[in-house]
Design a protein around this ligand. Structure first.
Ligand SMILES: Cc1ncc(COP(=O)(O)O)c(C=O)c1O
Length: 380
């Protein structure tokens, strides 16, 4: 990717490795740690992130799509990679050729894998996703038993792992539903998998890693915590309610740009589309070359701020597709191309993903993963 002198995302290698060691300390050395680098590593840059995390105690990588898995392989990353999302039947041979692991929950998928295995004379490891109550991906009951029978009878499709994903573990201090899902997972395991030797069982996302050691099994799958963000306020509260030491997670990402124009705007002038802001004094406005296309949400219009020279510069008017206007009247000595922090720290000030998420009525996961993948990710 071309180095950008205008808009870029800095990734702190030190903070990423710090967070991984925090997670490793929690889970101990016996279990495998999967770094979830799907969705461009939650906006952090998949290849950049993968290369860093593999310098630390990470064993597996988790991606959403076959395209992400292939990109890892094409960049000489050869650790086990599990594709968490759906892979269409026509693409399954590529999964096998690239030695990616698949999450399975359909007969169509495993039957096709069996044929591919036969053709290539190759064993194909799969992980069955167990439906325990999230009711998105996964299988249980009769469907599970038929799927499992087929896999047992196949000479090529090999059951390597079973997994599930919690529906209600992040945004609540009431973990009864997560407990119900964990009990379901154990019940289904006892019913269907009791004779399976050396299965890799994995259920834990970051919130589970922070709160429930009983969810760790043989592997955990962490995303958000690795990026230095808490899954939610409730997770932190739950951590202290359980009397646990609150681990220190350090945000990994800083999003920067430069001032593209400075202008003096008289008192009483409207700023940006829709005339939603009118100056109440003679103002100095800085034009920033980012907008909602780049991932800087329109929801930040008139309510958020960026950092210039370590000070807060409030957003004035609507965030446009590629432009945002900020008020720098109270900041001294601002010049064209001065560095601006959209997300992260500058001096003593910080714009957090949690703060932006609250303004946009969403979660920090969405704020960071919406940063346009075409922007440069720069490891610092
Ligand atoms: C199946 C699966 N496992 C693990 C994760 C990681 O979750 P977290 O980022 O909360 O650690 C995700 C994230 O969405 C997921 O979809």
């Amino acid at each position: 990717m071309r180095k950008s002198h205008l808009i870029w995302v800095e990734i702190s290698e030190e903070n990423l490795l710090h967070n991984i060691s925090v997670i490793r300390d929690l889970i101990g050395n016996k279990r495998k740690l999967m770094a979830v680098v799907k969705s461009n590593a939650y906006g952090h840059g998949m290849l950049e992130t993968a290369k860093i995390v593999l310098k630390g105690p990470v064993d597996w990588l988790g991606v959403n799509s076959i395209e992400e898995g292939i990109a890892l392989r094409n960049n000489n990353i050869d650790v086990p990679v599990l594709v968490l999302g759906y892979v269409p039947v026509v693409s399954l041979e590529d999964v096998v050729q690239k030695n990616l692991r698949l999450t399975v929950y359909n007969m169509e998928t495993v039957k096709t894998l069996d044929k591919i295995g036969n053709k290539l004379k190759k064993e194909i490891p799969v992980h069955i996703k167990i439906e325990t109550g999230t009711n998105r991906q996964g299988i249980n009951g009769k469907g599970l038993s038929t799927l499992l029978e087929f896999i047992k009878g196949s000479s090529f499709v090999k059951l390597e792992g079973i997994s599930t994903h919690f529906a209600n573990i992040e945004d609540t201090t009431d973990h009864s539903y997560a407990q119900f899902q964990l009990d379901e997972f154990k019940r289904i395991e006892a019913e269907f998998f009791k004779n399976e030797k050396s299965l890799i069982r994995h259920t834990a996302c970051t919130a589970a890693v922070l709160l429930f050691p009983e969810t760790y099994f043989e592997m955990v799958r962490t995303g958000i915590g690795m990026y230095g963000l808490w899954p939610s306020k409730q997770t932190k509260v739950s951590c202290s309610m359980k009397g646990k030491k609150i681990p220190e997670l350090k945000p990994v990402l800083t999003w920067k740009t430069k001032i593209a124009q400075l202008k003096d705007v008289p008192d009483g002038s409207f700023i940006s589309y829709g005339c939603t802001f009118r100056t109440t004094r003679d103002s100095k406005i800085a034009v920033l070359p980012v907008g909602y296309y780049e991932g800087y949400s329109r929801a930040f219009s008139n309510v958020s701020y960026v950092l210039v020279k370590g000070k807060r510069a409030p957003i004035r008017g609507r965030v446009c597709m590629n432009i945002t206007l900020v008020d720098v009247t109270d900041i001294e000595d601002v010049k064209l191309e001065d560095e601006v922090v959209l997300l992260g720290k500058q001096g003593e000030e910080e714009v957090t993903a949690d703060f932006l998420a609250e303004l946009a009525g969403t979660i920090n996961y969405e704020i960071v993963s919406h940063i346009n993948p075409v922007l440069e990710r720069r490891v610092v």
